[in-house]
Write a protein that binds this ligand. Structure first.
Ligand code: SAM
Length: 493
């Protein structure tokens, strides 16, 4: 453990009491920022069971994140670990004040392996820690060793570009203050320097954006500028560290979608456009980081898992692409994943904020569709209402593509009208492709991604179904249809 880092947090726990008071509040504004990227985890991976998630908050500080995690995942247990005692004391008070059960805090140095007796975890969060440890690969290996084989890790790293002005001020303070100055001395001097800078200086502009135009308190100054060992990285460097720890990077959510037209001048040629739209999440993160780093802000958020695990984002079965009538009777349900935020610069378009904290734009028609989803009509009925409202009709193919896209983006979930016959599942649409498969591995994966399924129809192979169900704890499934992976399987219809 880096003793200078521990001393910093013993003196100035993060977040401080002034920043996040240890009192019970129905809604903590910081909870909202905790959602950034986490919604993705919640809906795609973490909520694979209703309750009983084991969550590890590695480097929990004063426990704001831990309490946020406990709130976001009701019924789960959260273990917070930190190397500094004072933040842990605050964390315990915070947990007590929240009235939420299942939170525990322990002293532990992440440079050391996490004792196996503490069990494995479904979700490991390591937020604002890895930029300050001496050997992030070692820490990540310790976290990876404690991850359930089907678990998910959220790790953040400070972004070298986004944190540039903050690091510059720290270096200036170090140069001015001399080697024997205390952190308190440095904060006082640094605040004086900050106020003396021209308002148009990049550091002043960074500070104004960060602290809402008010000069920071001492604790805020230390947390923002005096992280003694902070080392920023590029997306590509951080990915290399995660991979060196035998982790598989799944997604690097950015604050906003990348718009090539903001970076590229003139019309983008078809070849380049193809390249740009075809690349995977990791390469897209590296591309945006190189060309438009503000999309990632001050830190990168990485979702990773063990290299042997194969989680997949929901995709739709190919058959839907040729049978639009399949979509029309489906009932769209709002997932709560996105809410209208403001008008876009593009005429008629609307900006939506997702629970991941990211912003996305939808055209007028999709926006109208999303607003009508609450009424629980079928897709076909809503299409009709939208056509009447907007005075234009979409072709069935176009409308189907729109529904599928909205579902794939997580804006809505689609359910069958005929729930009893098929699957009583809140995420039927995205799950369908997995349910068309008898391979236990795929079933398991489907349920990892969409854990609230109760499959209600009885198929021919109950024994097999029950075995799979047992493996999935709470899931009851009875229906097995067919599987490309298992050619010897006889489908029942
Ligand atoms: C900036 S705070 C982040 C707190 C919390 N994760 C959050 O996002 O609110 C960093 C925390 O990591 C802890 N930390 C740093 N190095 C550590 C290590 N080697 N082992 C355990 N905790 C460590 C510090 O003591 C500090 O409380």
């Amino acid at each position: 453990m880096n003793s200078a880092v521990r001393d910093q947090y013993e003196q100035f726990p993060y977040p401080s009491e002034a920043e996040a008071p240890v009192i019970s509040r129905p809604f903590d504004p910081i909870d909202d920022s905790l959602h950034f990227g986490w919604g993705w985890a919640r809906h795609r991976f973490v909520y694979r069971r209703w309750d009983g998630l084991r969550i590890l908050d590695a480097g929990c500080g004063s426990g704001l994140t831990s309490v946020g995690l406990a709130k976001l995942n009701p019924g789960s247990t959260v273990l917070g670990l930190d190397v500094a005692e004072k933040p842990l004391i605050l964390a315990r008070h915070r947990a007590e004040a929240s009235g939420i059960h299942g939170l525990e805090f322990r002293h532990h140095d992440l440079d050391e392996p996490i004792p196996s007796a503490w069990g494995t975890f479904d979700f490991v969060v390591c937020r604002r820690v890895l930029g300050q440890v001496d050997d992030p690969v070692k820490v990540l290996k310790h976290l990876g060793a404690t991850l359930d084989p089907r678990g998910l890790l959220l790790a953040t790293f400070p972004a070298s570009v986004g944190r540039g002005p903050a690091v510059a001020l720290r270096l200036a303070v170090e140069a001015l203050a001399g080697p024997n100055s205390t952190l308190g001395d440095q904060a006082t001097l640094g605040l004086e320097l900050l106020t003396a800078l021209r308002p148009d200086h990049p550091i002043r502009q960074y500070d104004a954006a960060r602290h809402g135009g008010l000069f920071p308190r001492v604790d805020q100054f230390v947390a923002t500028y005096l992280n003694v060992a902070e080392r920023g990285r590029s997306v590509a460097e951080a990915i290399r560290l995660l991979e060196a720890a035998d982790l598989q990077v799944l997604v690097v959510p950015a604050k906003q979608p990348w718009r090539p037209e903001e970076i590229l001048s003139g019309p983008v040629g078809p070849a380049l456009r193809r390249e740009v739209t075809a690349i995977d999440d990791r390469r897209m993160a590296a591309l945006t980081d190189a060309l438009n780093p503000t999309l990632h802000g001050e830190e990168y958020r990485f979702y990773a898992c063990s290299v042997d695990f194969e989680p997949r984002l929901p995709t739709w079965p190919e058959s839907l692409k040729t049978t639009p009538e399949v979509v029309e009777p489906l009932i769209p349900h709002p997932t709560g994943l996105a809410a209208p935020s403001r008008l876009s610069d593009r005429p008629g378009w609307m900006v939506y904020r997702t629970v991941t904290g990211a912003f996305g734009e939808v055209d007028e028609r999709s926006s109208t569709v999303l607003k009508l989803v609450n009424d629980h009509h079928s897709c076909g009925a809503i299409d009709q209402l939208v056509s009447e409202k907007l005075g234009t009709v979409d072709s069935p193919e176009k409308s189907r593509d729109r529904w599928v896209e909205l579902a794939n983006l997580g804006f809505i979930a689609l359910e069958s009208l005929d729930r009893r016959e098929h699957v009583d599942c809140t995420h039927l649409g995205p799950v369908l492709d997995r349910l068309d498969c008898a391979c236990p591995r795929r079933w398991v994966r489907a349920c990892e991604l969409h854990g609230h399924c109760t499959i209600t129809r009885v198929g021919p192979d109950d024994e097999k179904a029950q075995a799979i169900a047992a493996a999935l704890n709470r899931l009851t499934l009875h229906k097995i249809i067919a599987c490309d992976d298992c050619p010897d399987y006889t489908a029942d219809e």
